[in-house]
Design a binder for this molecule. Structure first.
Ligand SMILES: Nc1ncnc2c1ncn2[C@@H]1O[C@H](COP(=O)(O)OP(=O)(O)OP(=O)(O)O)[C@@H](O)[C@H]1O
Ligand SMILES: [Mg+2]
Length: 660
């Protein structure tokens, strides 16, 4: 049986269509991602495409892994090795690594994290004001995502303010070049520019990739779109799937306008619409449709489901955030015991990361296993960043931010005054801090006593660098940790327990490096870039386990769960206060739409009447979006007096007693 038998007719049409550019434009849960997975399998299994000639681009690493696995299963044994399933950023990194010299970068260039970027901006504008730094950083990021160079940004600046930012951008970029470093946005911008300016690179990539598939197309930005265009060339053999109603990254420069742009840029664009939703019950779907009808329509879409009416959508008013968390967990427990479901069938979704804490606490209290996504990354922990700084410096001795972190952790008797002098020498000579250590100027200005620990440090880094190509990543890292005495350092710094927990993290990191090194046959330097990317995108890949998912709405995109609790559905949270002030209400509504459409069987919304904000407790109103969901929503009945009196935890105790 053809592997496309598991698709409905329009889905099958989309999977088979190979005559030119294709856009699948359809609402949530209509099988867009399914079309991509099946199309990959079809191209390899039935059309004879080489796996390496197909690239599928997803929004997260996790989505990429799942898609690769599924496609491999579908091909029934045909080997899919070499198939590229990746994010835009990983794709960019792959290209940039291969063609680094065209961008005047060494292949082991550094990838800066957001803290490094903020540090550089802070140096340039000579301030530590976080707000101000963040404003500059995000301005630069938006320019990069529009493929605007510093010069272009300056030329198009409309006022002094914008001119100042453009100049900061210019110096920021110059600093990155000096460090042989790129930031997150450069991973797309630079490859896009390279393809623009180098015909031979265009040819190479266009010959290599015969078909490109893009999921969540509505959230691509200008730079990503340009990269796609250049990669596919005049053949334009691509399949893009998306839903304009789920565009939620406008604040990061993404533009659903890219959907309209496609129509203009590709007059032969073939458009397939999907209308059957295979995910949600009729009630959930009706509510989602009613909500999104409040936004102006870009494209006409219909969506129906034959999965039955299903349960009413419940609304839970609660007293305050702790009460909300307790009540949600209680409702979840009682639902689970009644329906004999698994933990992984449940998700608790919220607008902002900060909302997770009380829910984590409530889940821990009840010993409910949970998995947090979109939270602080493992790789963002100070002890891990310390170790990574060494790896970055070994890979790229021009990486000044890594140099400063590594040379001062652990302390080596190198003081701030010495580093400042070294900085001056480096600036005068236009070289990196690392290189400056070996200069005559350093010898004369810093003096032997203070210079010796610096040269020792640099020699050590050089020795490590020589070993990288020959020795396994894991062993090298173990050696490094021993030589720098990192364990002892941690225990000197912190009390026993804190130090032990940090050291355990480092050991876990080392184990991860060893495993990755063996699996992917990569050396320490190649792994270092991979790590940077994981850090930037979403944190460490977690083992799938049977656990309740706690996630931001943004991080829940594309996923589905049997039962969804959407919490904090209040004015000022969802929609977010800033978004309302700045006229971005429609994007907030789309975010709500994404949340609602994650649910397969049941949806519960909760809000508080009071909530702690800083130290105050402020009154809250239910979100306007609850009304917009229409008639499918069951508003809560007035609680009986007895019920109202019993606090959440009493009721939980009663429930547990009842369940034995
Ligand atoms: N033809 C089909 N037959 C059976 N199940 C299907 C079919 N098409 C899609 N599904 C199922 O419906 C669910 C939603 O599909 P999918 O995740 O591909 O939708 P989507 O359009 O990508 O949604 P989103 O917009 O949320 O990303 C999945 O569980 C999928 O397996
Ligand atoms: Mg999808």
């Amino acid at each position: 049986m053809s592997l496309l038998a598991a698709l409905n007719p329009p889905q099958r049409e989309a999977a088979k269509y190979l005559d030119g550019p294709l856009l699948v434009l359809a609402g949530a849960g209509s099988g867009k991602t399914r079309v991509i997975t099946h199309k990959i399998a079809y191209l390899i299994g039935e059309c004879g495409y080489k796996p390496g000639s197909i690239a599928a681009i997803t929004f997260t690493n996790k989505a990429a892994r799942e898609m690769a696995e599924r496609a491999a299963k579908l091909t029934h044994g045909v080997n899919t090795k070499g198939l590229i399933v990746t994010t835009f950023h990983s794709m960019g990194l792959r290209m940039l690594r291969e063609d680094a010299k065209f961008a005047e970068l060494k292949p082991a260039f550094s990838i800066l994290d957001s803290a490094d970027a903020a540090g550089i901006v802070s140096e340039i504008i000579k301030t530590t004001d976080k707000q101000e730094i963040r404003r500059a950083v995000s301005r630069i990021s938006l320019w990069k995502n529009e493929l605007k160079s510093p010069a272009a940004a300056l030329a198009s600046a409309e006022d002094d303010n914008a001119r100042v930012y453009a100049k900061i951008y210019d110096r920021y970029d110059a600093t990155l070049r000096a460090y042989q470093a790129v930031d997150f946005d450069d991973l797309i911008r630079l490859p896009a520019e390279l393809l623009d300016t180098h015909a031979e690179l265009r040819e190479k990539w266009q010959n290599r990739l015969r078909h490109i598939l893009v999921d969540e197309y509505q959230d691509t930005n200008v730079a990503q779109y340009r990269l796609l265009q250049k990669l596919t060339g005049v053949r334009a053999a691509f399949t893009a799937v998306g839903d304009d109603d789920q565009a939620i990254y406008g604040w990061r420069g993404a533009s659903a306008d890219n959907l309209r742009q496609l129509n203009e840029d590709y007059p032969h664009l073939h458009v397939v619409k999907l209308e059957q939703n295979y995910r949600s019950t009729v009630r959930i779907l009706k509510a989602a449709n009613s909500l999104i009808a409040n936004n102006p329509k870009l494209f006409e879409k219909r969506l129906w489901s034959d999965l039955g009416h299903g349960d009413a959508i419940q609304v839970m008013p609660t007293k305050d955030d702790e009460h909300e968390a307790e009540s949600v967990v209680m409702r979840l427990l009682s639902h689970k015991f009644q329906h004999r479901t698994e933990w992984r069938d449940y998700a608790i979704l919220y607008r902002g990361n900060y909302q997770a804490r009380v829910f984590e606490q409530a889940l821990r209290n009840e010993k409910v296993p949970y998995q947090l996504s979109g939270g602080q990354s493992f790789f963002d922990k100070a002890e891990i960043k310390d170790v990574i700084a060494y790896l970055r410096l070994i890979a790229n001795s021009d990486d000044d931010p890594a140099f400063i972190r590594a040379v001062t952790t652990p302390k080596r008797g190198i003081g701030a005054a010495t580093l400042e002098k070294l900085g001056q020498v480096a600036a005068t000579l236009h070289v990196s801090l690392f290189e400056a250590v070996f200069s005559a100027a350093a010898a004369s200005q810093i003096g032997e006593r203070h210079l010796t620990p610096l040269t020792e440090f640099c020699n050590f880094i050089n020795r490590m660098e020589e070993r990288v190509a020959r020795e396994p990543a894991g062993e090298l890292l173990d050696d490094l940790l021993k030589t720098i005495g990192y364990e002892v350092y941690l225990f000197d710094q912190d009390d026993q327990r804190a130090a032990q927990s940090k050291w355990n993290n480092v050991l876990e990191f080392a184990a991860w490096i060893t495993k990755k090194g063996e699996e992917d046959e990569k050396n320490l330097l190649q792994l270092t870039q991979t790590i940077a990317l994981i850090t930037l995108l979403e944190g460490r890949e977690e083992e799938e386990s049977d656990a309740v998912r706690l996630s931001t709405l943004h991080a829940a995109k594309g996923l589905e769960f049997g039962h969804v609790f959407l919490v904090g559905v209040e004015e000022n949270i969802l929609p977010h206060r800033d978004a309302v002030d700045e006229g971005r209400l429609e994007e907030e509504r789309r975010l709500m739409y994404v949340g609602v459409t994650r649910a397969r069987k049941s949806l519960t919304l909760s809000y508080c009447s009071r909530r702690k904000r800083a130290r105050e407790s402020v009154a809250c109103d239910p979100s306007r979006f609850i009304d917009e969901l229409g008639d499918e929503v069951r508003m809560p009945e007035k609680p009986t007096t007895a019920e109202a009196k019993a606090s959440g935890s009493d009721r939980l105790a009663a429930l547990k007693a009842m369940l034995g």
